[in-house]
Design a binder for this molecule. Structure first.
Ligand code: AVI
Length: 328
């Protein structure tokens, strides 16, 4: 009768802090407090975002879908490729919009390989399965990881690349971040490469305001889900009824800013950070920028990142543009 006692508590396991934990600790100790909107997209948040895209007020997805459904021939004709090329998509997600363009190109017997990049391996597996079913003639090579790493280690077989950055995701970056990302693409691009980026455009301010503060409260739930995520993943004790959601559009600079508002003076304890965060009554956590562009701003952004705008593709209401850029 040997008794073997295994100690599971000593020595304590060395726990490496997750990037989420580090960013939350830093973001909530800063003045003013902020969290990156990239953390909206856990499984629950991604599902809420799917609901946002179907809201009557949320026009960007439908506008871009219209561009890619109605104008794939014009987009394809604007590409200079008469030899095999690659289409590399950053943040492909469910790939629903891109499918319209891919379908057209496959129908034209264009010789290309589609390379979607996403941080979620699961999303890439699903997309690959779906494309194999619906576009069996398409050559697909999925790439899982962070854009910067994947793009810098990409082997494009000496073929020219069309980069896609759709959905208006560029609008969620602060200006420096947007320029960094675009310059990084510029640096890996050959002279005959092209970049097609989705930009949400300035329009009647009321339309934009309502798209980011919908009547059914789905965008509110999208923001409050960040608190649920911190409760679950970081052992925080946020009470969701102690926070409000507020978002406003400033038509003078084209910025929608979203935030959570603390409804009382309160302390929130984070078990996994072994730390409390203090909130004043009415103190804000900035959660998201969603920038709306003028065409002049798009030209300037292209120039600052080493590109020129070759052509803009618009939806019928001119709410959105997929902007085709080449190296300057
Ligand atoms: C993903 N991104 C382009 C969306 C946007 O419109 O800025 C995220 C979003 N936030 C609130 N509603 C939608």
């Amino acid at each position: 009768n040997h008794t073997l006692t295994l100690s599971t508590t000593f020595p304590p396991p060395s726990i490496k802090e997750s990037p989420f934990a580090t960013d939350v600790r830093e973001g909530l100790s800063a003045v003013p407090k902020s969290l990156s909107s990239k953390y909206f997209y856990d499984d629950a948040g991604s599902r809420i975002f799917q609901q946002i895209m179907e809201l009557p007020e949320y026009y960007p997805t439908r506008a871009e879908m219209e561009i890619l459904t109605r104008q794939p021939a014009d987009i394809a004709a604007a590409l200079p490729y008469r030899k095999p090329f690659n289409i590399i998509e950053l943040g492909a997600g469910d790939g629903l919009k891109t499918k319209e363009l891919l379908k057209y190109l496959v129908g034209q017997q264009a010789d290309f390989t589609y390379m979607p990049i996403d941080i979620s391996g699961e999303a890439m597996q699903q997309l690959e399965g779906k494309l194999a079913e619906t576009l069996p003639g398409l050559k697909v090579k999925t790439l899982v990881g962070d854009y910067f790493e994947v793009l810098n280690n990409l082997d494009s077989d000496g073929r020219p690349n069309l980069y896609l950055f759709l959905g208006g995701n560029i609008g969620n970056y602060e200006k420096d971040g947007a320029i960094n990302l675009l310059r990084m693409i510029r640096n890996v691009m050959q002279a005959d490469g092209r970049l097609l980026t989705g930009f949400d455009l300035r329009k009647n301010p009321r339309i934009i305001q309502e798209a980011y503060d919908d009547a059914a409260g789905v965008t509110r739930a999208f923001n409050l889900n960040l608190l649920t995520r911190m409760n679950r993943e970081l052992g925080a004790d946020f009470f969701l009824d102690q926070f409000d959601f507020y978002s406003f559009y400033n038509p003078r600079n084209g910025e929608v800013r979203s935030m959570l508002v603390s409804l009382s003076e309160q302390d929130v304890y984070f078990k996994s950070l072994n730390q409390s965060v203090h909130f004043q009554k009415n103190e804000l956590i900035h959660t998201e920028l969603s920038k709306k562009y003028t065409l002049t701003e798009i030209d300037a952004l292209a120039a600052e990142s080493g590109f020129v705008v070759e052509r803009n593709f618009f939806d019928s209401q001119h709410y959105f543009t997929d902007s085709l850029w080449q190296c300057d």
